[in-house]
Design a protein around this ligand. Sequence first.
Ligand code: SF4
Length: 74
Amino acid sequence: MRHRRREAEIRISVNNRRCHRYGFCVMEAPDVFWLVEDGQLRFDSRPDITRRDQARMAARICPMQAIGIQERAK
Ligand code: SF4
């Protein structure tokens, strides 16, 4: 019997009203979050699952608790 491999995926969201652009998330997860020249925070809302740990850590250290992460199996 064959088993289908279930891969997880993650979705990132940032509450712009909470985010004060301190940049801690950028330092913790530079492949997911980045600050652009105008000071705005940009992020990959659907990063590869291999970025999950760094995204989780960024959410954990965000002083404004502005980062949301949804995880689900495909
Ligand atoms: S650490 Fe939090 S408050 Fe700072 S830039 Fe990232 S999301 Fe915004």
